[in-house]
Write a protein that binds this ligand. Structure first.
Ligand code: AMP
Length: 227
């Protein structure tokens, strides 16, 4: 019987690979989808702060009530609240052997806070994937999605916020030698493979560096993405 992609992927469950990673990318870059796929492949949890906040809203918790309006508006929740959400999640047992952070950090303050939280836990990030998708494709994908906070002006606001405060993290993590650039404008399976391949590639200290000779074709050097 022919195996589906899903089935062959689930074979990797149980062979957990210790990776402490962040997925960076604009809204609509597909990083949430990729985080879920990598989670299966690597056997480590995908931690989506957006998802956690939406769950808090749905559950009507204190946090949920505090952030509901912010989520609807497309603005960012304050750094302090986010640090608490992330810290509480990272101390859970399943994150001890690795995690994939999706949606956090969102700005430099959060990136520094994350380093502090991980330092307290005696660990640090291994890598940051930057899922690179052209602006027009981001807009097309975002408009095709059907989430409550995906009204057109909200999409614009989220893209603008991303460009202003999150995109600079590519440079920040590049300087730390942690960035892996991945072409996100290709079929889902190819993006996953490029991200898996990036795990094996030494990261150039300079995020603007040319790809290493012989590097996986899906893993690209930095090409500034205007979002
Ligand atoms: P996302 O699903 O990652 O696009 O997140 C949905 C919404 O949750 C965002 O538009 C923000 O309002 C909020 N949010 C998620 N992660 C963060 C974060 N790291 N910092 C601030 N707000 C966040």
């Amino acid at each position: 019987m022919a195996e589906t992609g899903e089935m062959s992927e689930s074979r990797d469950l149980g062979a957990a690979k210790l990776v402490r990673g962040v997925l960076l990318g604009a809204p609509g870059s597909g990083k949430g989808t990729q985080a879920a796929r990598l989670s299966k492949r690597l056997g480590i949890p995908a931690i989506s702060t957006g998802e956690m906040l939406r769950e808090a809203v749905a559950a009507g918790s204190d946090l949920g009530r505090r952030v509901e309006e912010i989520l609807i508006s497309g603005a960012l929740v304050d750094d302090e609240a986010m640090a608490e959400v992330v810290r509480n999640r990272l101390v859970e047992a399943d994150a001890a052997n690795g995690f994939l952070l999706d949606g956090y950090p969102r700005n430099q303050e959060q990136a520094e806070k994350l380093a502090e939280i991980l330092g307290e836990l005696g660990t640090q990030l291994d890598l940051v994937w930057f899922v690179d998708v052209p602006k027009e494709e981001l807009m097309r994908r975002a408009l095709a999605r059907q989430r409550e906070d995906d009204k057109e002006e909200v999409i614009e606001k989220r893209l603008e916020l991303y460009r202003k405060v999150t995109d600079p993290l590519v440079g920040y993590y590049g300087d730390l030698g942690l960035i892996r650039h991945v072409d996100g404008n290709q079929p889902i399976e190819r993006v996953t493979e490029a991200m898996m391949a990036a795990l094996e590639i030494d990261c150039p200290a300079d995020s603007q560096a040319e790809p290493q000779p012989g590097a996986e074709p899906g893993v690209k050097s930095a090409e500034a993405v205007e979002v």
